[in-house]
Design a binder for this molecule. Structure first.
Ligand code: SAM
Length: 285
């Protein structure tokens, strides 16, 4: 048995569930699922399966279906349980609730009514993809799913072109080739990017390259499974090329190749790998 059962404080518990590998669930998530008076789920079938995999008995506890669009009725039911002083666990189909998933309206309603709202955190495709993409993580912007039509998608991408952080998108495997093509056209094909596919699953794959490279690759294959696309922020290297070279030459007089590249890349908001290659060339010359 991987969980312990104990009386939970009344309130709403958002429970993160795996995005692939079932064993990625946390021990606390299992404790909450084993102990909550009521379980609510975006998909009750997936929840039953999850409980079964981990040997958590549902017993005679209610298991309710809830998503933000299931209407006020379902939410009212959960709010009544909370008002009665019960503990309610809520999980979406996979990953962290509220992240491109239901839970937002429930969270607001519970907090506004003065109930305790807490989280048993865990897997999330955004964070898993950022961990693997090899793009800067100091700042990032999650833009969810882009619109389906090319025109609306390009408009949405253009609005994100100056975001000073890594852009993160959820994307369908059917649309990823079109999305990358539009991203290359709108944001420039030289931006560094990455595709995270089937993360934490058997066929996990991470592809890294410029938007042009990834777009070309995507046009030549058919993707399957779940996908996150990440795109680096705009880099002003071409405008600053002369300044960067001068700064690098200056820095190389007193610093190691690695330190000089790092300092200059940071000062100019440029890509570290590219600056390192330039520094290498300058040193060889
Ligand atoms: N709440 C979830 C989370 O915390 O990541 C996201 C739910 S959203 C409806 C589903 C989308 O997340 C998928 O279409 C895909 O873009 C992304 N996703 C979920 N699991 C993934 C995985 N294992 N690998 C890659 N992307 C994944």
């Amino acid at each position: 048995m991987n969980h312990k059962t104990e009386k939970l404080q009344p309130g709403l518990y958002f429970v993160a569930t795996p995005i692939g590998t079932a064993r990625d669930i946390t021990l606390r998530a299992l404790d909450v699922l084993a102990s909550a008076d009521v379980i609510a789920a975006e998909d009750t079938r997936s929840m039953r399966r999850l409980l079964e995999i981990h040997g958590v008995p549902l017993g005679d506890r209610p298991l309710l279906s809830y998503h933000d669009h299931s209407g006020a009725g379902a939410r009212d039911k959960l709010m009544t349980f909370l008002a009665e002083g019960r503990s309610v666990a809520y999980a979406s189909e996979a990953g962290t609730p509220l992240i491109a998933d239901p839970g937002y309206h429930l969270s607001r309603a519970a907090a506004e009514a003065g109930h305790g709202v807490t989280s048993a955190p865990g897997p999330c495709a955004i964070i898993t993809a950022l961990t693997l993409a090899g793009l800067p993580t100091d700042a990032f912007f999650f833009a969810g799913f882009l619109p389906n039509t090319s025109k609306a998608r390009c408009t949405a991408l253009a609005a994100l072109s100056d975001v000073p952080g890594t852009l993160v998108f959820y994307e369908s495997p059917k649309r990823v080739a079109d999305m990358l093509k539009d991203a290359a056209a709108t944001l420039g094909g030289t931006r560094e990017a990455a595709i995270g596919r089937e993360l934490t699953k058997k066929f996990e794959e991470v592809l890294r390259g410029t938007l042009d490279e990834l777009s070309q690759g995507a046009a030549e294959r058919r993707f399957k499974g779940e996908i996150v696309v990440l795109i680096d922020r705009a880099r002003g290297e071409t405008d600053n090329a002369d300044d960067i070279e001068t700064a690098l030459k200056e820095a190389l007089k007193t610093m190691s190749l690695r330190d000089a590249s790092e300092v200059v890349a940071q000062a100019y908001g440029a890509h570290k790998r590219k600056i390192y290659q330039l520094a290498l060339k300058l040193k060889q010359d």
